[in-house]
Design a binder for this molecule. Structure first.
Ligand code: 13P
Length: 255
């Protein structure tokens, strides 16, 4: 079992799901069920629910995160945007940046993702940097090139020291919401490559870096993924919307 800086972290990314009443019930169930578990647990609800979820989580060990933020660090005429400072005010400790859905659907380029990463840290938030290849890229044998390029864009902008206060999530696009999961060996291969890339710049930061796996993680496959040397937890989509399934994953990370 990994301990210390790399104690398992299970993060639920609710995406654009739920309504207030069902979110409340989900938070209560997760909070009660996770109370006796050792894994670090994090919930990332839609931004409009952050303040409510923060209230429901009070007194628990569960952390709060957002799903995205503006790359703007100040305030200004940016209709619809939410700054890192606002997320911090709402009780967030973490924020996801560069999720593949934002990259594919909302124009988040490597450069914008790097700017969001910097904006998160500027506000005192821990960015969870998502990286991952599409099925086509994997079939072309470009997985390592794509993932290392996505990590490098952030290293170029922020420097390796910034990874001391960050999390990386490897989420193969072909495994997200599809029921297909990377095998533990496939995932480990990419996680090890990410850690080696960071280790080439700073060994200490690399060995303390939490690298999550995401893509169709469920109670039934979490244990074998978490058993791999370089997999330090999970970023959970669909299964984070069902308390019993999410708690089964948290339980697998708490052994
Ligand atoms: P699923 O767990 O639904 O595959 O989603 C993974 C994900 O995108 C988490 O950010």
């Amino acid at each position: 079992m990994k301990t210390g800086l790399r104690a398992p972290l299970i993060a639920g990314n609710w995406k654009m799901h739920g309504a207030l009443a069902e979110s409340h019930a989900l938070v209560e169930a997760v909070r009660d069920g996770a109370a006796s578990m050792s894994a670090r647990v994090l919930l990332c609800p839609p931004s409009v629910y952050l303040t409510s979820v923060a209230g429901w989580l009070q007194g628990s060990r569960i952390a709060l995160g957002a799903q995205d933020l503006s790359e703007q660090t100040g305030s200004g005429a940016f209709t619809g945007e939410i700054s890192g400072r606002m997320l911090k005010d709402a009780g967030c400790e973490y924020v996801i940046v560069g999720h593949s859905e934002r990259r594919a659907l909302f124009g988040d380029t490597d450069a914008r993702v790097a700017a969001k990463f910097l904006a998160a840290q500027f506000a005192g938030l821990v960015p969870i940097l998502c990286v991952g290849e599409t099925l086509e890229q994997r079939e072309q044998g470009r997985t390592q090139a794509v993932v290392s390029g996505q990590v490098q864009a952030v290293l170029d902008a922020a420097g390796v020291d910034a990874l001391e206060q960050a999390v990386i999530a490897y989420e193969p696009v072909w495994a997200i919401g599809t029921g297909l999961t990377a095998s533990p060996v496939q995932a480990q291969e990419v996680h090890a490559m990410i850690r080696a890339m960071v280790a080439a710049l700073n060994d200490t930061i690399a060995s303390g870096l939490t690298v999550l796996y995401g893509g169709s993680v469920k109670g039934g496959n979490a244990g074998e993924l978490l058993a791999m040397d370089d997999i330090d937890g999970g970023l959970i989509g669909g299964a984070s919307l069902k308390a019993d399934e999410f708690l089964a994953i948290c339980g697998a990370a708490s052994i």
